[in-house]
Design a protein around this ligand. Structure first.
Ligand SMILES: O=C(O)CCC(=O)C(=O)O
Ligand SMILES: [Fe+2]
Length: 267
């Protein structure tokens, strides 16, 4: 893709040795990233998208940012000084994005436009039933809007901290992006309505799963639209016992996420 462009946008790597947010030296996660040997893998080819099959409108791109790009993004966040005081754990920006953030939004649009989003199953289905049954990562009217996003929330979670189950506020439009950095985690999705029968009818899923776990690796990009955005709550419970993936409890350290949204137009 995309990769050379992303590289241009984020730079190849950072020479900056001082990666603290006001709470000590470079984290283990960052040290891991610097020495990570998967760099070349992540730096080649178009980004690959996975559709979360249980939830319409929920996609994840696990190779959105290479380890170097993650470091570079962490460095941009740090240089904003948002978390300079250890008591601060959330930062918001409306509209006036710094250049690195505009570039990030550009890369998101690009990853959606040129990413590979066809599973074998979807290709077979399209052969049988026509292209109309293919799922878009973002509907064209959302992907084409200007700007794509005009609000950012950066959340900094310390060990054990997460976010309770919620549907994002209606003051935000459809089409939400979440980028994960540092500790991996599991985000759980659960139905927003308690009326299971209604949900089964509306979403044509039977039975509707009570909780759908999605593994968010560092550098991944999640896109939610439609049912995923309005019909499901999302949460991250980082208390002991809740972060289990592949039968293993994930080690929880600091995690940083960037949530990008567009304010809904007031009628
Ligand atoms: O931290 C995350 O990954 C999710 C954040 C979120 O859901 C929100 O800010 O609404
Ligand atoms: Fe949210």
């Amino acid at each position: 893709m995309g990769r050379p462009l992303l590289r241009q946008v984020f730079g190849d790597s950072s020479d900056d040795e001082d990666y603290n947010y006001g709470e000590g030296n470079r984290s283990e996660a960052e040290t891991y990233l610097v020495t990570d040997h998967r760099t070349d893998l992540a730096a080649s080819g178009n980004p690959r998208w996975e559709r979360v099959k249980e939830i319409s409108g929920l996609w994840i791109c696990r190779d959105f940012l290479s380890p170097e790009q993650q470091l570079s993004l962490l460095s941009s966040i740090r240089s904003e000084g948002w978390f300079a005081e250890s008591s601060l754990n959330q930062a918001m920006r409306f509209g006036d994005f710094p250049p690195w953030l505009n570039e990030l939004c550009y890369s998101i649009r690009e990853a959606v436009l040129i990413g590979d989003n066809l599973s074998e199953h979807d290709i077979v289905a399209a052969d049988e039933h026509g292209a109309g049954c293919l799922f878009p990562i973002l509907p064209p009217e959302l992907l084409g809007r200007e700007p794509l996003f005009d609000q950012l929330i950066v959340n900094l979670y310390h060990k054990g901290q997460g976010i309770c189950a919620h549907v994002d506020l209606m003051r935000f439009d459809d089409g939400i992006a979440i980028i994960s950095l540092e500790s991996p985690c599991v985000m759980h999705f659960s139905l927003a309505t308690s009326d299971i029968q209604e949900a089964e009818e509306e979403y044509h899923v039977h039975p509707v799963p009570s909780k759908v776990p999605v593994y968010l690796s560092p550098g991944s990009l999640v896109i939610m639209s439609g049912e995923a955005r309005y019909g499901w709550k999302h949460e991250i419970n980082r208390k002991p016992g809740f972060q289990v993936w592949d039968g293993q409890e994930l080690e929880q350290k600091r995690r940083i996420s960037l949530t990008l949204r567009k304010l809904a137009r007031v009628e």
